[in-house]
Design a protein around this ligand. Structure first.
Ligand code: AHR
Length: 661
């Protein structure tokens, strides 16, 4: 009996000791007074690529797919339900695509023969439908030329699932010459999958082109502009930079399909429609109707950067097509036009109004320079062919524009032969910024939080240009934007922030995905034709970006950085503008942890604000119905002198903010 009691007391002692030891382990110390390094204003940015219908069908608010009949199959997206295309002459009428012979861009128009005014219908299906909202206005424009007959009216209607009319307008074509017409529709109901139906009064032959439809309610109310809800989500991130337009889309499957910025500017009608590189790239999510109208082109990207307060970072082809595809190479002696494109782009963005390209920018409505500071040469290239080409760009850009910072790529992986080779060779060239990409499982992100601790402080700066935790496997269509992925990224970001001396820019990838038309998952923001929501990963980005501070300070446990001891990860900054100390703590453990934090070297307010982000378990996600389920919840906490006692919930990301006196 006595013996049993003794054992119980002994075990109890062990247990208490364990708890005591655990409490000891969770004493953190913050040195507020010493600024270790500056946090770059570019630390947290966004990377936009036209993948997942991010541009046409997404950010670019055009609602008509294949508006100028320029797709490879020029009638894709259009239907004539009452016509039989196999007959010479149908009762209702028929549309034929005609090629303008002499034009280089916008080759085609649609020539419609209306035989029966009550029968002929031309329908556009939109980008997996068109999202319309009750009582909102939609601006329609088209070009028309009457050829023969008595066509007196073009009727345009929104139709719903059962062909019910959800708003209508009409245009009176007056001329046999090509003429621009505009009209406005008001939606009588909200519908995510509406279509546009075009019918005619009278019979005869009429030619149509550039049939375009935009919501009136765009970002900043710009005519033919961008989707307001999506830009708002980007704006709310307060991104330090905008990397565009890709991604592999920069490279193209072939060189002919690379992104050429000069073709993406000027009059929208004259921008050459091109196949999207993600069209049939991934067998699990083919999208043969995925093309680029370039309505969202380089001018608009620069304008968007300005709108959201981000430093623009265009990425250009370096003369190598995607190495996952053809890997087609421009011979070295034919690289000049590619290099010239880079030099001209800098002039387009920054040149004064007397320069050739500065003048073009001015004509497009932006006399002031766009203040371009970064340019990327190549996307995810690897091997000696890249180094050879990079050198040529580097020499030419630095000779003419020594103040432009060049971003170079290290290939598709954060390690391995390609990465090591790229790193070694690029360091020899004294490159300024290395772009690293990692699409890895969540555990990798937690394990690699010390990745940058030993990077050479005097070497190139790091741009973590594309990263996202993959819940199943890289490029798996089953990947989810779940909470485990999000807090694992947060853990990794504390490691990047702790190394802000080396890591100057970071961005999640990809950014946007249409829920009915995506190719790649996970993605930061999901949208349908009416709504959008930020994933838990989005809120992680937002927490870090909105609280990036100005100076890195230390947060340690027993003198060491917090890199996963007891499943805790942490970084700390102070903001000299708002006079705040900001701590970011990730608890990756399955239970709450009580932590004591001692903040030394500053006089602090007795109250602080906590922003806690957490999900209900590892697989929890946001969705259209619970768009902000996993989003930061704000509360107040009290300090005891210089100390904070805080219980960090299981699987959570917490930002603690304390005002300095
Ligand atoms: O983000 C999707 C793709 O991943 C990018 O286009 C490419 O750079 C990377 O391989």
């Amino acid at each position: 009996m006595k013996q049993n009691l003794f054992i119980k007391i002994f075990l109890c002692g062990l247990l208490l000791n364990g708890i005591y030891t655990n409490a000891q382990k969770t004493n953190l110390e913050v040195n507020v007074s010493k600024s270790i390094t500056k946090i770059q204003p570019t630390m947290y940015g966004v990377f936009f690529e036209d993948i997942n219908f991010a541009a046409d069908g997404g950010l670019y608010a055009e609602m008509i797919k294949n508006r100028s009949f320029e797709f490879e199959l020029p009638f894709l997206g259009w239907k004539e339900p009452n016509s039989d295309r196999h007959k010479l002459n149908t009762e209702s009428g028929i549309a034929k695509i005609i090629q303008y012979s002499q034009k280089e861009t916008n080759h085609n128009y649609c020539r419609i023969t209306v035989n029966n005014a009550n029968g002929y219908e031309l329908i556009n299906e939109g980008f997996r439908g068109m999202g319309i909202k009750k009582n909102l206005h939609y601006n329609l424009s088209l070009k028309a030329a009457k050829e023969s007959g008595t066509i007196s009216k073009i009727k345009i209607q929104f139709i719903g699932k059962d062909n019910n009319v959800l708003g209508e307008t009409s245009i009176t074509p007056t001329s046999n010459d090509w003429t621009n017409y505009t009209a406005q529709l008001t939606a009588t109901a909200t519908e995510a999958k509406a279509k546009i139906k075009i019918t005619f009064e009278g019979t005869g032959v009429i030619k149509l082109d550039m049939i375009s439809l935009f919501p009136e309610d765009t970002w900043k109310g710009r005519k033919n502009g961008l989707r307001a809800d999506l830009v708002q989500l980007l704006y709310d991130l307060k991104p330090g930079f905008l990397r565009f337009p890709g991604g592999c889309i920069v490279e193209g499957k072939t060189l002919a399909e690379r992104y050429q910025w000069k073709k993406s500017i000027g009059n929208v009608e004259e921008r050459e429609t091109m196949i999207n590189r993600w069209n049939i790239e991934l067998s699990h999510r083919q999208a043969p109707d995925y093309f680029q109208s370039f309505g969202l082109g380089f001018f608009e990207y620069f304008q968007l950067s300005e709108d959201i307060g981000a430093s623009p970072m265009p990425i250009l082809s370096c003369g190598m097509a995607c190495q996952f595809n053809t890997g087609e190479l421009v011979p070295m002696d034919q690289l000049d036009p590619y290099v010239q494109d880079a030099l001209d782009l800098i002039e387009f963005a920054n040149g004064d109004l007397n320069t050739v390209w500065g003048k073009v920018r001015n004509e497009m409505g932006h006399p002031k320079p766009f203040n371009l500071k970064f340019i990327g040469v190549g996307n995810e290239q690897w091997g000696p062919d890249y180094i050879d080409r990079f050198k040529v760009f580097q020499k030419a850009i630095k000779e003419k524009y020594p103040n432009i910072t060049i971003v170079s790529g290290t290939g598709p992986s954060p390690d391995g032969d390609y990465f090591d080779y790229g790193m070694t060779e690029l360091k020899k060239l004294n490159v300024e910024i290395l772009d690293e990409h990692y699409y890895k499982d969540p555990a990798w992100f937690r394990k690699n939080v010390t990745r940058y601790d030993n990077y050479d402080r005097k070497g190139p700066k790091v741009f973590a240009g594309e990263y996202a935790a993959q819940s199943v496997a890289t490029v798996s269509p089953d990947n989810k934007n779940n909470w485990e992925c999000a807090f694992s990224e947060a853990a990794f970001i504390t490691g990047m922030e702790r190394n802000a001396e080396v890591v100057h820019l970071t961005s999640y990838a990809p950014l946007l995905a249409h829920v009915d038309a995506w190719q790649w998952t996970p993605d930061l923001i999901w949208f349908n034709n009416l709504e959008s929501y930020g994933t838990p990963n989005y809120y992680v980005q937002k927490l870090f970006s909105n609280n990036k501070g100005t100076d890195l300070i230390s947060i340690t446990k027993d003198g060491k950085a917090i890199t996963g001891q007891n499943d805790l990860f942490a970084s700390a900054v102070k903001d000299m503008n708002s006079k705040e100390v900001i701590l970011k703590i990730v608890n990756a453990a399955s239970s709450a942890q009580n932590v004591s934090i001692d903040l030394k070297g500053a006089k602090l307010n007795p109250n602080g604000t906590a922003l806690i982000l957490k999900g209900d378990g590892l697989n929890d996600e946001n969705s259209f119905v619970s768009a902000t389920k996993i989003s930061p919840k704000e509360s107040e906490f009290k300090l005891n002198g210089s100390k904070i006692q805080f219980s960090f919930p299981a699987y959570s990301v917490t930002v603690l903010k304390i005002k300095m006196k």
